[in-house]
Design a protein around this ligand. Structure first.
Ligand code: C5P
Length: 220
């Protein structure tokens, strides 16, 4: 039988990571941050000097990267070719370039295959967060959440996480990524069939986690 999957999708800064990790911790499930995988590919291509304006170059240089995802919700990690890049992938250069890299179909098919393999091994169940989990990676997931929040709330949260970064610049960066992520041809960010939308704007993290845990309890 396939492992129990909780799919958590939504735009940048909606609180997906905190929510997904909170749910996984509460229910002793594994956790997969698929955004970290797209970030790690982007980081590696930046290191390699790949022309990120050229989708063919991106596809060519991405294929032989070896990613390893650590699935502990308390300490998730991402490594590429043996180097732990968990911190490095959060930098501004990766933020600025990840969406065009993630729009390349060959990158997506490679990572979706890896994500499905990780899910298949998570026999105790797994919370998977991203943009296309409920629509593409795990369309049969018994629980699908589409987490949203006001643009201003998302920017304020992300700026605070980044040690008081400029809120207007953060809002612009989130909006730029969402625009590309929502309009790309291959599995754009969208609310999947059967996904329950939760608006976290006026909820605490605990309240959002409670809501998702309740959906899990109803589903299993
Ligand atoms: O979730 P996070 O903000 O770390 O994701 C970084 C970027 O990776 C997103 O803006 C998007 O371009 C891409 N992504 C994606 N599909 C996923 C997860 C992330 O395209 N499942």
């Amino acid at each position: 039988s396939t492992p129990f999957v909780v799919a958590v999708d939504g735009p940048s800064g909606s609180g997906k990571s905190s929510t997904a990790r909170g749910v996984a911790t509460r229910l002793s499930l594994a956790y997969l941050d698929t955004g970290a995988m797209y970030r790690a590919v982007t980081w590696a291509l930046l290191q390699r000097g790949t022309d990120l304006g050229d989708p063919a170059a991106i596809a060519r240089d991405a294929v032989d990267l070896r990613l390893e995802s650590g699935t502990d919700p308390q300490a998730p990690t991402i490594a590429v070719d043996g180097a732990d890049v968990s911190e490095a992938v959060r930098g501004d250069d990766v933020n600025a370039h990840v969406s065009p890299v993630a729009a390349v179909p060959e990158v997506r098919s490679m990572l979706v295959d890896q994500q499905r393999a990780i899910i298949a091994e998570a026999t105790g169940g797994i919370v998977v967060e991203g943009r296309d989990i409920g629509s593409t990676v795990a369309p049969d997931a018994p629980v699908k959440v589409f987490l949203v929040a006001d643009a201003q709330a998302r920017a304020a949260r992300r700026a605070a996480e980044r040690g008081g970064a400029d809120e207007a610049a953060t809002a612009a960066s989130l909006a730029a990524r969402d625009a590309i992520d929502s309009t790309r041809a291959t599995s754009p960010l969208t609310r999947a069939d059967g996904a329950v939308q939760i608006d976290g704007t006026h909820l605490t993290l605990d309240e959002v986690v409670d809501a998702v845990v309740q959906l899990v309890e109803e589903a299993r």
